[in-house]
Design a binder for this molecule. Structure first.
Ligand code: FPP
Length: 261
C-alpha cells in the first residue's frame, strides 16, 4: 500500500472507530447530488461520467452502511422531475441503472443487503423495471441493510396517492374523517413499514430537500456537505454520522426534559 492510501485507510478506520455504536441512525436518507458538476470539473464533455462514478460512491456508502449495521439506507436516484432532462441523459441514467443492478447484485448478496424501490417504478422502461424486480426478488431473503432506491419518485405525488387511498376509505364508509390519523397516511406511503429517516445527507452544497420524503423527514437531522456525490466516500459518511451523534434530538421537548430521563 502506498503512503496516501495508507493514511486514507487510517483516517477512515479512526473515524469509524470514533462512532458511538449505541447511537447509530437506524435509517439514513441521501440526496446524491453533484454528478453533473463533478463531470464538468473533471473536464468530461458530458455529465454521464458523473452518474457512472456516482454508482461507485453509492457502492461505498452501501457497504459502509452494512458494515455499521444500519437498517435502512434510502437514496434519491431519479426524481419525477428528472424525466424532464434531455433524452440522452435520461436514457444514459436508465442504462446506468440497469448496468449497476446487474453488476452490483453479487455485492448486495455478499453484504446481506435487501434491495427495495419507492416511486412510480412502472414509469421506468420495461427492461429497467424487469431488472429491478429481478434484483429485488434475488435479495428479498437478505435481512441486513435495506437499500431503497427512490426511482421516478416525487414526494408530493406520493402524498397525493396516499390521500386518495384514505379518501377512498372515507367514500366507502369504512373510515370517518375524524378518525384519520398520521398512521392512516403513513401506511399508504411507498415507505409503509419503514421507520422514518433519522438523518438526511445531501451532497454538493445545495440546501433543500427537492420533493424528497417530505412527510418522512419530519424529525430527521439534516447534514449538508459541499462534497460532490462522486467524491463522497466512507470517510464523508462517517463524518456525517459523527455530526448526527453530536446533535440533541428533542422531538419538541426541552433539553432539560431529555437530560432528566
Ligand atoms: C444528481 O446529480 C444525481 C442524479 C439526478 C442521479 C443520481 C444517480 C446516481 C448517483 C447514479 C447511481 C444510481 C442509480 C442506481 C441510477 P446532478 O446530475 O443533478 O448533478 P448536478 O446538480 O451537478 O447537475
Amino acid at each position: 500500500m502506498n503512503a496516501a492510501v495508507d493514511s486514507k485507510v487510517y483516517k477512515e478506520n479512526r473515524l469509524k472507530a470514533g462512532l458511538l455504536p449505541d447511537y447509530m441512525p437506524e435509517h439514513v436518507a441521501v440526496i446524491m447530488d453533484g454528478n453533473g458538476r463533478w463531470a464538468k470539473k473533471q473536464g468530461f464533455l458530458t455529465r454521464i461520467k458523473g452518474h457512472e462514478v456516482g454508482v461507485d460512491a453509492l457502492r461505498k456508502i452501501t457497504t459502509a452502511s452494512a458494515e455499521l449495521g444500519l437498517n435502512y439506507l434510502t437514496v434519491y436516484a431519479f426524481s419525477t422531475e428528472n424525466w424532464n432532462r434531455p433524452k440522452a441523459e435520461v436514457d444514459a441514467l436508465m442504462n446506468i441503472l440497469m448496468g449497476a443492478l446487474e453488476k452490483e447484485l453479487p455485492i448486495l448478496l455478499a453484504n446481506n443487503v435487501k434491495l427495495k424501490a419507492i416511486g412510480n417504478i412502472h414509469a421506468l422502461p420495461s427492461k429497467a423495471n424487469k431488472k429491478l424486480m429481478s434484483v429485488m426478488d434475488a435479495t428479498s431473503g437478505n435481512d441486513g441493510l435495506t437499500l431503497t432506491l427512490a426511482l421516478s419518485y416525487g414526494s408530493q405525488e406520493e402524498l397525493v396517492h396516499a390521500f386518495r387511498k384514505v379518501a377512498a376509505e372515507v367514500a366507502a364508509g369504512t373510515l370517518k374523517p375524524e378518525e384519520i390519523s398520521e398512521d392512516h397516511i403513513e401506511r399508504n406511503l411507498f415507505t409503509a413499514g419503514m421507520p422514518n429517516p433519522d438523518l438526511l445527507i445531501r451532497t454538493s452544497g445545495e440546501q433543500r430537500i427537492s420533493n424528497y420524503l417530505l412527510w418522512q423527514l419530519a424529525y430527521a437531522e439534516f447534514y449538508f456537505t459541499p462534497v460532490l456525490w462522486p467524491d463522497f466516500d466512507a470517510d464523508g459518511f462517517y463524518e456525517a454520522i459523527a455530526t448526527f451523534q453530536k446533535r440533541e434530538r428533542r422531538f419538541g421537548q426541552t433539553s432539560e426534559q431529555l437530560t432528566a430521563k
